[in-house]
Design a protein around this ligand. Structure first.
Ligand code: ADP
Ligand code: 5GP
Length: 190
């Protein structure tokens, strides 16, 4: 079977990656989600092995030592997030397009590894105020993590031009049709 390729959806937290990724999975059966590892606790409804591999600090650190991560980052009060080499490799080998939902620095690292075998889409919220409102409406953050996420978002927005395409996520349907178009074009290359 043909080896798959990597699709990176990158945005500040609350930018809309998860929402857009869900739509992609409904539309394309050749896409598979890369389940990351994290040391943050699960949110209501999140399932180990489906949304994340929820690890203890000790287990995460052991995987760092063993070289099991393609990339990893620490943020939001010491919480770690990382892309597992085994997770991506097994899906690529099976011929799938692997979708990564990761933050900016991790995305830059993944783009460096996979180069032309990857498509990176930067999902940009219309403004920081809109981003704040979306995070408030999502209802997943306390005051402290909301402030940390927004502070980080302001820096991350300056990295947009390092990615293959910038898609403004103002109206969701418009943003999704642009994501879909870019993904179809990428899947049909070669
Ligand atoms: P991320 O995965 O990047 O952290 P989410 O997909 O969870 O972001 O989106 C953050 C919140 O904003 C969610 O509650 C989602 O329903 C909402 N949202 C995403 N895109 C839009 C949009 N275009 N218009 C309005 N709300 C949106
Ligand atoms: P959340 O806590 O909202 O699920 O995720 C916080 C941020 O971590 C999001 O921007 C998400 O995309 C990012 N993230 C999730 N998994 C990974 C990963 O494996 N590596 C990196 N670098 N970031 C990740």
């Amino acid at each position: 079977m043909k080896k798959g390729k990597v699709i990176i959806l990158v945005a500040p937290s609350g930018g809309g990656k998860t929402t857009l990724a869900r739509r992609l999975f409904k539309d394309f059966e050749e896409l598979k989600f890369s389940v990351s590892a994290t040391t943050r606790p699960p949110r209501k409804g999140e399932v180990h092995g489906k949304h994340y591999y929820f690890l203890s600090d000790a287990d995460f650190d052991q995987k760092i030592k063993d070289g099991e991560f393609l990339e990893w980052e620490e943020f939001y009060g010491g919480k770690k997030y990382g892309t597992l080499r085994s997770e991506v490799d097994k899906k690529l080998k099976s011929g799938y397009f692997v979708v990564l939902d990761i933050e900016v620095k991790g995305a830059v690292n993944i783009k460096d590894i996979y180069g032309d075998e990857s498509l990176s889409l930067f999902i940009q919220p219309p403004s920081v105020d809109v981003l704040k409102q979306r995070l408030l409406d999502r209802g997943t953050e306390d005051d402290e993590t909301l402030a940390l996420r927004l502070e980080r978002a302001k820096k991350e927005l300056t990295y947009a031009d390092q990615f293959d395409r910038v898609i403004i996520n103002d109206d969701l349907d418009t943003a999704y049709s642009q994501v879909k178009e870019a993904v179809i074009k990428f899947m049909n290359q070669n």
